[in-house]
Design a protein around this ligand. Structure first.
Ligand SMILES: CC(C)(COP(=O)(O)OP(=O)(O)OC[C@H]1O[C@@H](n2cnc3c(N)ncnc32)[C@H](O)[C@@H]1OP(=O)(O)O)[C@@H](O)C(=O)NCCC(=O)NCCS
Length: 224
């Protein structure tokens, strides 16, 4: 089959035609749990090196092209009901005892969510809407040192994204940030500081450009 045609064949049809597995698993370790009953998974990849990691995906979730890259042990990933990754995603956990939670009804077009350093956490609330090309990370992955003392200055800090937050395309959320519920992060923002509920954050580094807002998925036309 020519590539152009192949690209147009959807996930379900590809599985039917070519036997492509819904979930491919490469697991080295013991006691790892992956639970996804009632979820629709297409081209989901599970790559685990470690023990006793627990991944639970709620019913009604629909994930396309999502990769779980897990290194280390005792991590917990909990994704609530009816969440979606509609294009692709990368969930990346390293070290030990990290937690990623995503509340029910949250949708992502294409996101990388990286939880690193022992005991770290990223918590994403319910009914959030992430556009494409989003990067959320609670650590920097490498150490920056104060030259005089030799001490590290950039330890990981937890990230909390409140309920019903809209994250526009091409944004980055960095360590230590808490985003209040009902907020909107403007496209291209690099978020390094927290904001109150109902804020619009924009720019690099992101600043509050408006307060006292909310938002909804449905468009309201001028004529309405
Ligand atoms: C966040 C957003 C919705 C805000 O829209 P808005 O409330 O109509 O904002 P405005 O266009 O009135 O702009 C208000 C101010 O913020 C600035 N601003 C708006 N968007 C900005 C951005 N992405 N980065 C930096 N500044 C921005 C404007 O220049 C303006 O500044 P000024 O008052 O000094 O002139 C919009 O900026 C955005 O990011 N849209 C993209 C949404 C998206 O990715 N959708 C994909 C589907 S989920």
């Amino acid at each position: 089959m020519p590539n152009s045609l192949l690209n147009r064949v959807g996930g379900a049809a590809r599985r039917l035609l070519f036997g492509e597995p819904a979930v491919s698993k490469t697991i080295r370790g013991t006691g790892n749990l992956f639970q996804a009953e009632g979820a629709r998974l297409s081209n989901v990849e599970l790559d685990i090196v470690g023990d006793r990691n627990r991944i639970t995906i709620g019913e009604g979730c629909i994930f396309y092209n999502l990769k779980f890259h897990i290194r280390g042990s005792n991590h917990v990933i909990e994704i609530g009901k009816n969440c979606r990754f509609t294009r692709s995603g990368l969930i990346w956990l390293e070290d030990d005892g990290c937690t990623l939670t995503i509340g029910q009804g949250t949708t992502m077009v294409d996101a990388t969510l990286a939880v690193t350093e022992p005991g770290s956490r990223i918590a994403i609330g319910e009914e959030c809407m992430f556009a494409n090309d989003i990067d959320v990370r609670c650590g920097d992955s490498h150490a920056i040192l104060d030259a005089a003392s030799g001490k590290r200055i950039n330890y990981a800090e937890d990230v909390t994204i409140g309920r019903h937050v809209w994250i526009a395309a091409h944004t980055v959320i960095l360590k230590g940030v808490t985003i209040g519920e009902n907020s909107v992060i403007a496209s291209g923002a690099i978020v390094t500081r927290s904001c109150d509920p109902g804020s619009i954050l924009a720019g690099n580094p992101a600043k509050v450009i408006r307060s006292g807002i909310s938002w909804q998925r449905e468009r309201i036309l001028k004529s309405e």
